[in-house]
Design a protein around this ligand. Structure first.
Ligand code: F6R
Length: 608
């Protein structure tokens, strides 16, 4: 949560910082601010609300200078307000700090600093940082930041400027992402790559507790012992357009339309007819696969829903028992893990605090961990034993769409890979499944064509306050994802239920006009699902059904129907989720919601 940026170079810092923040707004957007060194002083402008408010303020009263830091906030400690916005400074405003993360011992530090005469003006945890740096400052900003961070517990990516050393930015990360952009005679820090992509594609991906000292002459990196560190430059291969709207009204709509390509990219070089599945960054041996006695798939939100599909797929194909856990639950429930346990963590950002903590917990207990992530160099990718990157490209909309699709592909790849190694699926069947997978991008493209039916249904239903999503088997997993999408961007309350579970309680809520979205793509469960649909229809529900082509008879039972291309039902989630994503999108648009930046949410949840 929160995005930080920093710039040092020859150009005016203010527009570069604001532009960088605009690329990080997905990380938080309840307030924003910048601190720029103007001549020998730090000038700060910050305010509650969207970045636009900050931009207006900076237009009214520009700050001139070539060195500065910026922040876009998702409030944790202290309500969104001008006072709680970053950057925060020490009392005489000679030191200014932007921070992403949580200082867990801030209350203790605040008391201690108060006893030393320091005065606090905000309710944030962050404000202890400039005061601590001030406390340790003896003429060397880097040394002072090192001393200050040695007292800080929790997670942080921070950028610091000091008017007594007006030619420097010092930065460091621990458990919160931070990269360094290397331009021509100009340098950047940022929470994420898109913030610097308009200026450079060469970056350093920092490790925890690596300190950055940036001047106009270059960047030096140090470890916590103060020794200089040499680091490889990571060259970003995707370009800035990937993080732009490209003519779409919203990032979410663009990302929904990018799904066929994302699916294809994630399969490329991994799924090849006639060839064994090769996974470059997974080094697990055939023997180790045979010894796995249990798999935990651990993730949060949408990634957790991809994990539920993963359970069905891996159990079916590789016959290994799989448990799916919400990361925040897994980490505290003392799970049974040993050296034959495999954990698969799924995380688009690779920075979700709970997922990372669950990964560490499992590793500490001896499990092997595979990370499925979309961000190269992210924390989960560094800490896991093996990595399967999802090549979705940058996902900017807060609501996850294309990352989910690629996470599903990752689940199929892992399922097939294990099945191939264990011999649980015949060679012919394996080839059929691979060929079927390769047809998915085209079929996903077909699903995008349902836009009009979906839009029409959304225009009739967007004023409803409650809805239900029903499904059996894999359809139930997709129902959960459809329900989450609807909640998060259109603020319509919805529940997902397993079709068979309906009569054990929730059916009491069905009355005339209740909206029910019923998924019926699983051939072997189709008739049972139709019975469930009849149960809600009899009680007056207005039903939209999703079925495979060839099952047009469902129309006799429902009010509207959408058909997805015929596919092996194992892969149906990839296709059936698309109309559901479009449905939540058009419902949100009809309601006038801020689709890409839903209230109270942030894309990357780096706090517990
Ligand atoms: C929903 C959504 C969230 C994320 C969740 C996990 O649309 O985006 O539920 O899926 O916060 O995030 P990652 O995958 O980055 O760990």
């Amino acid at each position: 949560m929160c995005g930080i940026v920093g710039y040092i170079g020859k150009r005016e810092a203010s527009p570069i910082l604001v532009e960088g923040l605009s690329k990080l707004e997905y990380r938080g957007y309840d307030s924003a601010g910048v601190a720029i060194i103007e001549k020998e002083d730090i000038k700060t402008t910050k305010c509650k609300g969207r970045l636009l408010n900050l931009q207006e303020k900076l237009e009214e009263t520009p700050i001139k200078g070539n060195i500065g830091i910026g922040h876009t906030r998702w409030a944790t400690h202290g309500e969104p307000s001008d006072r709680n916005s970053h950057p925060h400074s020490n009392e005489d405003e000679t030191i200014s700090v932007v921070h992403n993360g949580i200082i867990e011992n801030y209350l203790h530090l605040r008391e201690w600093l108060t006893s030393k005469g320091y005065k606090f003006v905000s309710e944030t945890d962050t404000e202890v940082i400039p005061h601590l740096v001030n406390y340790y400052y003896k003429g060397d900003l880097l040394q002072a930041v090192m001393a200050a961070t040695s007292k800080m517990e929790g997670s942080y990516a921070i950028g610091v400027v000091c008017s007594k050393e007006p030619d420097k930015i010092v930065a460091v990360r621990k458990d919160s992402p931070l990269i360094v952009g290397l331009g021509e005679d100009e340098y950047f820090i940022a929470s994420d790559i898109p913030a610097v992509l308009n200026h450079t594609r060469d970056v350093y991906l920092l490790n925890d507790r690596e300190y950055v000292l940036m001047t106009k002459d270059g960047v030096k990196l140090f470890n916590e012992e103060g020794e200089e560190v040499n680091k490889e430059i990571y060259h970003v291969t995707w370009n800035a357009d990937a993080a732009e709207k490209g003519g779409y009204e919203h990032f979410m709509l663009k990302e929904i339309h990018e799904q066929p390509k994302a699916i294809k990219d994630t399969m490329t070089s991994r799924i090849i007819p006639g060839k064994s599945i090769t996974l470059d960054e997974i080094n697990i041996t055939k023997e180790e696969i045979e010894n796995i006695n249990k798999i935990y798939i651990v993730a949060c939100g949408t990634a957790y829903h991809a994990g539920i599909v993963g359970k069905y797929v891996i159990e079916k194909l590789a016959r290994i028992p799989v448990e799916v856990d919400i990361a925040s639950e897994f980490r505290y429930r003392n799970p049974i893990v040993d050296k034959n346990t495999l954990m698969i963590v799924i995380s688009q950002s690779g920075e979700t605090a709970d997922t990372l903590a669950a990964l560490r917990e499992a590793k500490a207990q001896g499990a092997r961990v595979i990370a499925v992530t979309n961000v190269v160099g992210s924390s989960v990718s560094r800490e896991a034993d093996d990595i399967l990157y999802t090549w979705a490209g940058p996902e900017i909309a807060v609501a996850s769409t294309k990352a989910y699709e690629t996470q599903l592909i990752a689940m199929y790849i892992i399922g097939l890979f294990f099945a191939e190694n264990k011999g649980t699926v015949s060679k012919d069947e394996l080839e059929d499944l691979k060929n079927e997978m390769l047809s998915l991008p085209e079929k996903a493209e077909e699903c995008l064509k349902h836009k009009e039916v979906v839009q029409k249904f959304a225009s009739k239903t967007y004023m409803h306050k409650d809805m239900f999503f029903l499904g059996r088997g894999l359809d139930y997993a997709v129902a959960m994802e459809g329900s989450l999408k609807l909640k998060e961007i259109s603020y319509i309350h919805s529940e997902a239920y397993a079709g068979g579970e309906l009569k054990h309680g929730p059916i009491a809520l069905i009355e005339k006009g209740t909206i029910v979205i019923a998924l019926a793509t699983q051939e072997d469960l189709f008739e049972k699902m139709v019975s469930n649909i009849k149960e809600v229809k009899t009680r007056g529900a207005n039903v939209l059904a999703l079925a495979l082509e060839g099952h047009e008879e469902v129309e006799k039972t429902v009010d509207s129907a959408i058909y997805i291309p015929k596919v092996n039902p194992l892969f149906a989630p990839l296709l059936s989720v698309i109309p559901l994503q479009l449905y939540s999108y058009y419902s949100a648009v009809q309601k006038g919601c801020d689709v890409d930046k839903p209230r109270n949410l942030a894309k990357s949840v780096t706090v517990e």
